[in-house]
Ligand binder design. Structure first.
Ligand code: CMP
Length: 143
């Protein structure tokens, strides 16, 4: 089954919306396969966001994502990578539709509440960066 990496950023943790964000993915019907509240090191942040290294906002991005705890998650389900991106809304909250996470909770592109893998390759890479295999579980819903 497809898996994706999602992360409530420091702004989401500080604004007490971890539960609300988790609830959206639970209600949608996806399975939570792993989760942890963690402080990201500068090294992990630079590796995670490596594709943005040359962008002018890279320093700001690394500084923000390491500024406080994040809630890292792995979610599992059919088409979860693309659907989670749709549920998150556009990267820039000004373009994110109401009803999406960024459309409902965020204002600026830097502090946009949540990160989600954009492809199967990114999901595999990002899950591997943040989680050990033994931290993930896979299960069927039985009740
Ligand atoms: P995310 O999905 O975590 O992936 C890269 C992040 O870079 C993106 O969300 C935004 O939060 C951030 N980002 C993109 N453009 C800018 C920008 N112009 N200034 C600051 N941060 C940005």
């Amino acid at each position: 089954m497809e898996k994706t990496f999602l992360m409530v950023k420091p702004d989401g943790v500080q604004r007490n919306v971890i539960g609300e964000i988790v609830a959206r993915f639970e209600k949608k019907g996806y399975n939570l396969a792993g989760a942890k509240l963690m402080q990201i090191s500068t090294e992990l942040a630079e590796e995670h966001y490596g594709e943005h290294k040359e962008r002018p906002f890279f320093g700001e991005l690394v500084e923000f994502i390491t500024s406080g705890p994040v809630f890292a998650m792995v979610w599992e389900g059919e088409n979860v990578i693309l659907t989670a991106r749709q549920m998150m809304g556009a990267t820039n909250p000004k373009d994110a539709a109401p009803g999406t996470i960024r459309g409902d909770f965020a204002v600026t592109v830097g502090k946009n509440m949540i990160h989600g893998s954009d492809s199967a390759e990114s999901a595999e890479r990002e899950i591997g960066l943040f989680f050990k295999e033994e931290e993930l579980v896979s299960y069927e819903k039985t009740m």
